[in-house]
Design a protein around this ligand. Structure first.
Ligand code: BDR
Ligand code: CA
Length: 330
């Protein structure tokens, strides 16, 4: 029996790897894709998700657009310098014209998928948690239809966003951070919408697995992996092309010729539950407007609802498994 999943995403180069991994994995049935603002603006993430579905000949997978901004406070920071101005390494228009999104908003597509499914559905958010927080708030009656939430985001160690403690990065008129530097306390997806992350990570109705930066940065695919992907066929070659800009950005930031496939690690856990080793840990999310905004903090046992935090895996095997599946995309 296949596992029904929905991917909520902000493509995003590693989102592209993750979506294509799901489409290459017979253990799961991708019931829908929903988009959210994040790496780039919502119109671009929606179009990119639509292009990826078209590219994989999967126009049958329904797509709907979700939140264009966070729940509470504006957050102007995007990640074009990492993912390319268009979110796909400057290569979005080399992919086919996008599958059109459905008219209903993401939350309603999610609700209809949950209602129609013949078994509980796994949600795999790989961007800011805005759509998922809205779903839980608007449709609490559907919580029992969600098998689990597997979220790529958060960090128990360092983040990958701004460090506002060491200076004064420019702030937008809208109020918040406007520039990316390494060293901030928050991981990007948590930083984009801390209130949404708080809503999802502290509720008790649906089990949550958090796949944090601490682990995904260890899942960095090197030159041989990228070359093998490119040699795997036309789709692998196109995906390797999309990765090019992200690879240069990763090298500039971390000094390593590799690409962390953050979001694909979460999808692999949804495809093969138990791939990642988790530690139950109650989580808190910093929701103040100070320098730690968006930081995810592990609390002592008993201090809250435990989240399954994926802190370990056989990272060599994870990367090999992702590659092997992507090589069979064509
Ligand atoms: C996360 O942030 C985004 O830039 C990536 O797509 C990933 O979801 C990693 O911190
Ligand atoms: Ca993402």
């Amino acid at each position: 029996m296949t596992t029904p999943i929905v991917i909520d995403t902000d493509p995003g180069v590693d989102d592209a790897v993750a979506i294509m991994l799901a489409l290459a994995s017979p253990e799961v049935e991708l019931k829908a894709v929903t988009s959210v603002f994040g790496n780039v603006a919502l119109d671009a993430t929606t179009a990119n998700a639509g292009r990826l579905l078209a590219f994989c000949d999967r126009a049958d997978v329904p797509l709907a657009a979700g939140a264009a901004r966070p729940l509470v406070h504006p957050q102007a920071e995007r990640a074009g310098e990492v993912h390319g101005w268009d979110g796909l390494g400057g290569r979005a228009t080399t992919l086919p014209e996008p599958v059109a999104p459905q008219p209903q908003p993401a939350v309603e597509l999610l609700a209809s998928v949950l209602r129609a499914a013949d078994q509980p559905v796994t949600l795999v958010p790989i961007g800011p948690l805005t759509n998922i927080a809205l779903l839980l708030a608007v449709h609490p009656e559907l919580a029992g239809r969600i098998a689990r939430i597997v979220w790529m985001g958060g960090s128990l160690g360092a983040g990958n966003t701004v460090d506002t403690t060491g200076g004064s990065p420019p702030r937008s008129a809208a109020g918040l951070i406007h520039q990316t530097r390494v060293g901030g306390a928050a991981e990007f997806n948590a930083h984009c919408d801390p209130e949404a992350a708080h809503r999802v990570l502290t509720q008790a109705d649906v089990p949550v697995t958090m796949v944090p930066l601490d682990l995904t940065l260890r899942c960095a695919a090197g030159p041989e992996w990228i070359e093998a992907l490119a040699a795997g066929g036309p789709r692998g070659a196109a995906l390797a092309g999309v990765i090019t800009h992200y690879r240069a950005a990763f090298r500039a930031r971390y000094g390593v010729d590799a690409v962390a496939v953050h979001d694909a690690v979460a999808v692999l856990e949804a495809v093969r539950p138990g791939t990642l080793t988790t530690t139950p840990t109650p989580m808190a999310v910093a929701c103040d407007l100070g320098p730690a905004r968006g930081a995810t903090v592990g609390l002592p046992e008993g201090a809250g609802v435990p989240v399954q935090v994926a802190l370990d895996a056989d990272t060599v095997a994870v990367l090999a498994e992702i590659l092997e599946r992507l090589q069979h995309l064509d």
